[in-house]
Design a protein around this ligand. Sequence first.
Ligand code: ZN
Length: 407
Amino acid sequence: MQRTCIFCSAQLDDSTSPEHVILNAIGGRLASNMIVCSRCNNQLGHDVDGPLASALEPIRHFLSIKSGDRRKPPPTLRAVETEHGKVDVAPGKYPLLSKANLETQPHGELTKITASARSLEEAAKLAAHGLRKAGITSREDAKQRLEARPPTITGERQPFRQQVNVSLAIGGGAHFRSIAKTAFEFLAIVRPGDAHAERFDVTRSYIVSGEPNPRCVRWALDLQPPMPFSLKALGRTPHSVVVWSRAAAPVAGIVTLFGHLRFVVRLAEVWDCEPFGFAHAVDPISGSSLGVVALNPVPPPLLSETLAWRQVDLVALRLAYEQLLAACADEYETQATRKMVDDATAPVFSSWTMGQKIDGRMVDDLAQSLAREYVGWTDGDIGELQNRDTFIDIILREFDKLSEGKH
Ligand SMILES: [Zn+2]
């Protein structure tokens, strides 16, 4: 059978690149080159999935979520605001200052030079700049002053004594489009003959053009509980997608991210064929994937719009989701997941409002554990630096380089 793109109807062939149903960036592994053409894959990946993937970066980061296909670690979070300046946090590493900083202050007849840096070399370089800034031009003078008042070195941890604020903003139009895309692409995999049907045009155009369609995608629950950042508090973290329908009922989907962020998608107003129900889940921590399973029995329908979504969802959602969890119960109790649970940091979101910006705040515990653990310089380095002559030598070497540069 010839396959065509579910968005633009372009022909697909062996060279079509695989499309990830759940975002690759957050660990999605189910992919197919039989549903979306490479052009739509690229363009929608950028315009529709990109914003959601970026919005989820803090979660990816704190849970160390690897990408689905090549198991790449999440990128470094840059310029996270702290009370004492911005820090960069690489996955699995302790935060480092985003930018080194040099201050020179008059101190009686002397000048106090303070350098906040990310490495010894950088500190020495800054100190050398500080000397120039204080008007010292000759090497002899610099040496004499450094020897008279040797530099003190500390593994400064100040930024992390304060709370680190990370904000997670989910709920913009593009985010919902990406969610609808996930559900629709899953439908295209499990019902390959149907995704092109006219009854899905509203969903298709919503995904492609972003035309506002609030009836297409909803948060599952009006009031979500606070979204925890830690695995311990999150519990299971599977991403999942479920699609199902029964005759004369709407075609429905549930997309759940990180076991917690749950969306309901209405893919079509009405279905006139036999009932169906399919589910897929992937654990982004261990990478284990459930594949595709048929739901039996098919969950109850999402009822007509005369009922409030909320009333409808709670019944159908619970059943569909419980079936899914039962189906993948064995998949997620892996060693890897257990270990991650134990290792997890404990930041917590303070608030959660439907479809609104969510301000996340890492709790003191995390800040303190970072403070305790973060030593940019190893004990060995610091020990070596207690030999002040060594450090003075390094500063003077940098000072020489600066002087050479000036000539
Ligand atoms: Zn296409």
